[in-house]
Design a protein around this ligand. Structure first.
Ligand code: HEC
Length: 258
């Protein structure tokens, strides 16, 4: 019963963040993330895995099969998630082809998965199983930053453990505009921000900064936790590499879960 409640109360997206990291560290060496189903079928049915040389089923395959084969596919999602979590838990510790949910035509190309006993904690298994369960095929990569207002940012920060990043800017600020056109348009920077931060943009020519934050120059970047506590203040415009290191420092200092 205790376990049951814990699952229900755990904010979903918090463990989603962590689940992806568990996957990257402990599963990605064998399980690729996403390959379109048609390509997979061609690979397995027509080419005997010589097209893709996969080492294990992909995450999109696992997600699909787990949802189809464990518990009641039409029933309550939370309930099915719990059943999937306990299946994955059991399979990781005691892999056994008799229990497999994947298609035999797919599995015939693989050895049985080695047991991960001692290599992965219960918490990590729960998180990674949840991440797999809710796995969605990749969306088109964002080409621009998605800014939200401060209230929304606080709510998302609370839910996800991400850091709020407030950019203090103004249209008459030459260096702000320059940075917005270069560094803040860079795909790698956009990816890094969307992964660990919630960006808020405040144009001080027409908006006030929240919660008594004080700025002396533009641009300035404030990094805050979900309670609005300032973790770091970074004045000035930055080139890509330097800005990426700043973001990394904030992530490390805060201990953002990955
Ligand atoms: C050393 C390679 C390897 C690693 C690391 C690995 N797996 Fe696997 N896994 C496999 C192979 C191969 C299969 C397919 C054969 C099988 O089902 O045993 C598989 C199958 C599975 C299945 C499906 C079982 C079924 O019903 O057929 C799940 C779920 C799974 N892995 C989850 C994970 C998770 C989660 C991790 C990381 C914590 C992980 N695996 C790490 C190789 C690996």
């Amino acid at each position: 019963m205790k376990r049951f409640l814990w699952w229900i109360l755990l904010p979903l997206s918090l463990s989603a963040v962590e689940g992806e990291r568990v996957y990257e560290r402990k599963c990605a060496s064998c399980h690729q993330r996403y390959i379109p189903v048609e390509t997979l079928m061609k690979n397995f049915m027509e080419h005997n895995n010589t097209l893709l040389h996969l080492k294990a089923p992909t995450v999109n395959q696992l997600a699909y099969r787990l949802k189809q084969r464990i518990g009641d596919p039409k029933g309550d999602k939370d309930m099915q998630l719990m059943e999937v979590q306990s299946f994955v838990q059991d399979y990781l510790l005691y892999p056994d082809r008799q229990k497999s949910v994947c298609m035999p035509e797919v599995l015939s190309h693989f050895e049985t998965m080695p047991s991960m006993r001692g290599k992965v904690t219960d918490e990590e298994i729960e998180a990674v199983a949840e991440w797999i369960y809710f796995y969605l095929p990749p969306q088109k990569e964002a080409k621009v930053l998605t800014f939200v207002d401060f209230g929304e940012a606080k709510r998302v920060a609370k839910r996800t453990g991400k850091v709020i990043m407030i950019e203090v800017t103004s249209p008459t600020c030459h260096y702000c505009v320059k940075m917005e056109k270069t560094t803040l348009k860079d795909p790698e920077v956009i990816r890094a921000i969307h992964r660990d931060f919630i960006p808020v943009r405040v144009d001080v020519s027409r908006q006030k900064l929240p919660d008594g934050l004080k700025w002396s120059m533009t641009p300035t970047f404030f990094f805050l936790d979900c309670d609005g506590k300032v973790l770091k203040t970074v004045p000035g415009a930055w080139m890509k590499e330097d800005f990426l290191s700043i973001l990394e420092e904030v992530v490390e200092a805060k201990g953002v879960k990955r």
